[in-house]
Design a protein around this ligand. Sequence first.
Ligand code: C2O
Ligand code: CU
Ligand code: CU
Length: 487
Amino acid sequence: MNLYTRRELLRFLAVSGATGWAASHLGFLINDGRAASPLMSQGGALDFSLAAQAGRLSLAGRRAALYGYNGSVPGPRLEIRPGDQVRIRFANRLPEPTNLHFHGLHVSPGGNADNVFLEIPPGESQIYEFSLPQDHRGGTFWYHPHIHHLIARQLWAGLAGLLIVRGPLDDIPEIQEAHEESLVLKDFELDADGNLLTPDPTPQIMQGREGDLVLINGEFNPTFPLPKDGLLRMRFLNASVARFYRLQLEDHPMYLIATDSGPIDEPFESRELLLTPGERAEVLIRGERPPGRYRLMNLPYRRFNMGMMGMRGGRGMREGRSMASEEPVVLATVQYRESGRSLPLPTRLVPVEPLARATGARQLVFSHGMMHGEGMAFTINGRTFDPERTDAIVKLGSVEEWEIVNGGGMMMAFDHPFHIHTNTFQVLNQNGKSPPFQAWKDTVNVPMGESVRVRIPFQDFPGRTVYHCHILDHEDLGMMAVVEMRA
Ligand code: C2O
Ligand code: CU
Ligand code: CU
């Protein structure tokens, strides 16, 4: 375990920023552009090697200087089951510290499990180990680095991968029969030589960096097959640093079957799906329209208001770009194929028990402002992140009701997706309205000027972990805090 001071981290940033992303780094690597094959647990265990490395990787038909896990962007897809023992022999071949976080998993936040306070220095290794509880929910989870001040940059450079937990939803006959695809949504921005552009501190980093190359699984407008009269199951992960996705499939409703942290009671029909950074969702699409090609669109969404700042120009303000795009963008294409048999929508999925009552309450105000000696800072209850300070102490076994208030100012306001580690929650209401269905989540958007109330059961694992805004530039600018679960 190695703790870096802020100054050392800033020095790492300066060094690697000056030399660019690519060839001078240790562990240089070239991939062949093929997606890594999934790694699945066998006989109750998943044991594998994972290296974070810089290199020239193939991205949407171009060579790009990126960071990848085992040479691929996104990283290899992992598939495990409740009760599995997971062991990862992790090597840091980056020129800077990194670590691993298992977003959404209900596992221990301590030791060498899902411990975000671990820092693996460049050139060193760490064995990560945890066991997934027998009663863990199935769902779409993911892994990514979690070093404060470096998270946004390392994700931006390509470090993220899916972690799928199989469960009861997968055993429902119609869902078993459905054609399944995973879609990792991630934006990049490259210069002519394939180097990642470094965003400007103001306004790009302040608003959360977005790139103009919006890819799915590292590909530009990939095609997914939709069985005629059958079902396509799509798992979405928003692995972007800051970009929101408002997804819509031409002429087809989406039937939501699972949110961040597991399945819902029954399919929920909707025309569009908002996915903020860190969120996941699973939908079914029915092949019930005339066979052909249909576009999966990303519709405009305004996730911040920069007031006067927006007038100032600069690289981040090029027309219709970092402004979270004013026009719909095509992300992928769904193409009908013959299936030979018809498949109905399932009617029941997996029950979600509502949390009856809370035993404690607290309020978190997400805000921003100029901080002495730190410039623009993003805060929770007026403070920036300090790994040594514990901001909330909760009793193991309790259920707390947290109200997250978006306290953004008049001139500048941002949506902030709230995320907590280790335990998941149910949303009670969003700005006074209760959600249309009950769901387990670990990430929820708190829009500008609004508030969200959630109930969080703190179960099974004592220890310290974090909650934060999942616009990772905001997190790196301080919008993170420590919660300690005490037995
Ligand atoms: Cu997806 Cu604290 O992280
Ligand atoms: Cu997380
Ligand atoms: Cu934020």
